[in-house]
Design a protein around this ligand. Structure first.
Ligand SMILES: CC(=O)SCCNC(=O)CCNC(=O)[C@H](O)C(C)(C)COP(=O)(O)OP(=O)(O)OC[C@H]1O[C@@H](n2cnc3c(N)ncnc32)[C@H](O)[C@@H]1OP(=O)(O)O
Length: 296
């Protein structure tokens, strides 16, 4: 990805990490006035390219979305001699912590806050050259994590293949949200694998659903299992969606969601684990909203 200015004067490192303030740790000595404008342009353009590659209706990565989050963006630039001119951006990886309810092998819901892979893109002409691995590896080092400790927001086939190839990661537990976790996710899980959450909450506060960053892009869909089992569960009044997400109105009342989950027998999850993964994928939740105002 090329830009009408010198990339090397904006992104000093081969891989630059950007947080909500859009300021790299290392900035060029002679930071010009339009430095922030150029960073914004880079983030917006690579976000658009990623959305296009994933056939999304709108980018999930942009400078404004990054500023309103606690996500981190790792941007890889081309340092090869042939690109010595203005330089190019090869790709990026966006990660961030999310509170999720994740099913374990026993069908129990676990409230966790893992680091999640939210957006990942390498320029089409440069895919399968090891750049994705380089970015991912750098992110793991910076975040001090093992790949199995991550959750991934609705991974593409390419990303699943990537994770299988480089990290032998396989997903074996279908989840009731769009996040995918992999074998080993629960092994030795402690505070270092994610942010620490309040130890005990009343049962009534359980929110077995989590909003993905891609959620605001979605058209109306069939409600996910187990909520598609009873129409009454899906027609309940809304408790409101996160104001930062936009998108369709939230279809579920929290109490009814919880009541619906209590109706689910753990054996259903076991059947899913032993049974047809494709069926399970179809059942994975997709369009649930979370009222952030009751989140802690
Ligand atoms: C949470 C999310 O972000 S989901 C969306 C993920 N992003 C996308 O799907 C966008 C399009 N894809 C891409 O941008 C890239 O392919 C990435 C980011 C997934 C991987 O980056 P790359 O630089 O290609 O990865 P890298 O070269 O390190 O590893 C290659 C491996 O990735 C996987 N992969 C990469 N491209 C493809 C492809 N076109 N088809 C199938 N698998 C692919 C394969 O496992 C491949 O190994 P192989 O060539 O031996 O089959």
């Amino acid at each position: 990805m090329e830009f009408p200015f010198d990339i090397h004067k904006v992104l000093v490192e081969k891989i630059t990490m950007l947080g909500p303030n859009l300021r790299p740790a290392r900035r060029p000595f002679s930071a010009r006035v339009d430095f922030q404008h150029q960073i914004t342009m880079i983030v917006d353009e690579i976000g658009k390219a990623s959305a296009k590659a994933q056939h999304l209706t709108a980018p999930i990565t942009s400078a404004s979305r990054l500023q309103g989050s606690d996500h981190r963006l790792y941007i890889l630039k081309d340092c090869s001699a042939k690109n010595a001119g203005k330089g190019t951006v090869i790709g990026f990886l966006k990660v961030g912590y999310k509170k999720l309810f994740v099913l374990d092998h026993h069908g129990a819901h676990n409230e966790v806050e893992p680091l999640c892979v939210l957006d990942f893109y390498v320029h089409e002409a440069l895919q399968r050259h090891g750049h994705g691995k380089e970015l991912f590896q750098y992110m793991l080092q910076q975040e001090h994590l093992h790949p199995s400790q991550l959750a991934v927001d609705r991974p593409s086939e390419k990303l699943l293949s990537f994770l299988r190839k480089h990290y032998s990661l396989r997903s074996t537990i279908p989840q009731v949200n769009n996040f995918v976790v992999f074998e080993g996710f629960f092994q030795g899980r402690n505070a270092s694998a994610g942010r620490r959450l309040p130890t005990k909450r009343p049962e009534e506060e359980i929110k077995p659903y989590s909003l993905t960053d891609r959620e605001f892009l979605k058209e109306e869909e069939e409600p996910p299992w187990p909520f598609n089992q009873s129409r009454s569960l899906t027609r309940s009044s809304s408790v409101g969606c996160s104001p930062t997400r936009g998108g369709a109105p939230c279809p579920l009342n929290e109490q009814e969601v919880i009541r619906g989950l209590r109706l689910c027998r753990p054996s259903s999850h076991r059947q899913l684990m032993n049974g047809d993964y494709e069926m399970a994928q179809k059942r994975r939740t997709s369009s649930l909203c979370r009222p952030d105002n009751i989140h802690h």
